[in-house]
Design a protein around this ligand. Structure first.
Ligand code: HEM
Length: 314
């Protein structure tokens, strides 16, 4: 496996995980906690402290992979034959005279702002509100590095919009999984130790996840389908190209992830809302969410390979 796609995929995974986690914390977990508290149960300090640690981890991975992405791209554009190039002259030209370089510098600036927000917010309270817009900007500027940004004419704004929606929807799903897994693990332990608050928080979150997850999946399928349709050639798609084959592998992985999510939602989630002693169902939900996240890692790698391969129609 070549160096650059792996570097970019790790970077995308860290950005999607951070942005999606903060969105999920803000629109699902936060309101669910309020319901549990109003029910006179105390879910404790809450996931903010844990999200803060994950956020630091994501920022560390982003910083290292940003450098790798730059040095790897410098190696490609200078045709050096090496995996990475740190020659100051090559890096300066890349950063000052290419769209990739300008976007890279902008994204580095946004990462610095995120580090300051995390540093200045020791408790983690209000983390989602403060950091989400910046994490969103870091995510959506990825659209400026793929094929959509290289398009001209009417296709440009259509594809850029499709990629912005696609990145936001995939992050909403993929980035929510680590926090969901954490809450399910807490609830599983709570079900065994009699901590009713953790179990009711998980129930409340799983109930709300149906709508949240459903919206994210619908948006990513429509936006991904629109981008695929355009890049493959519209009404006369070239299905024999490497691009089409890579997209087919990605689609199979997405179908597997959707199958696991469907089982979670239509079977385990419903069982959880019914049962008195949910420990076994919570354990199954947690493992299924873990396998969804593992599949998402493979999908993101395929997405990067896709964005590095020339689309047949353009
Ligand atoms: C969980 C599901 C999915 C995830 C996590 C995902 C993730 C991504 C990411 C991160 C990118 C940007 C890659 C980059 O710019 O380097 C991307 C691009 C893309 N995705 Fe998806 N995607 C998913 C589902 C789909 C589906 C279902 C389709 C098609 C029906 C699709 C089609 C595309 C296309 C055509 C691109 C543009 C690649 C290019 O720049 O040429 N994706 N996807």
């Amino acid at each position: 496996m070549e160096f650059l796609p792996v570097m970019i995929a790790l970077h995308l995974l860290a950005v999607e995980t951070l942005a999606g986690m903060l969105l999920f914390l803000h629109v699902v977990v936060g309101p669910a906690r309020l319901v549990v508290v109003e029910g006179a149960l105390d879910p404790g300090a809450g996931p903010e402290a844990w999200c803060r640690r994950v956020a630091w981890g994501c920022l560390a991975v982003m910083a290292v992979t940003m450098l790798g992405w730059l040095a790897g791209t410098a190696a490609v554009v200078s045709d050096s034959g090496h995996a990475m190039v740190f020659d100051p002259a090559v890096l300066t030209t890349l950063l000052r005279h290419t769209q990739f370089g300008l976007i890279w510098v902008l994204r580095l600036g946004v990462e610095v702002v995120l580090v300051l927000i995390l540093w200045l917010r020791p408790s983690g309270r209000g983390l989602a509100e403060d950091a989400l817009p910046w994490a969103g900007l870091l995510l959506l500027t990825i659209a400026m590095t793929g094929h959509a940004a290289a398009e001209d004419g009417s296709h440009h704004s259509f594809l850029l919009t499709a990629m912005v929606v696609h990145l936001a929807a995939t992050a909403a799903w993929v980035g929510s999984l680590p926090l969901l897994i954490r809450l399910l693990a807490d609830a599983e332990a709570g079900a065994l130790s009699g901590n009713a608050a953790a179990v009711s928080l998980a129930r409340e979150v799983v109930q709300r996840y149906a709508g949240y997850g459903g919206a994210a999946v619908a948006l990513l399928l429509v936006s991904g389908g629109a981008a695929a349709w355009s890049f493959l050639g519209g009404r006369s798609p070239d299905l024999s190209s490497d691009y089409a084959h890579t997209l087919a592998v990605k689609a199979v992985l997405v179908a597997s992830m959707l199958a696991v999510a469907g089982w979670n939602r239509l079977f385990l989630g419903r069982k959880l809302l019914g049962l008195g002693h949910p420990a076994r169902i919570l354990a199954l939900l947690k493992r299924a969410a873990l396998s969804e996240y593992a599949l998402a890692c493979a999908i993101i790698l395929m997405a990067v390979i896709l964005s590095q391969a020339p689309p047949p129609a353009h």
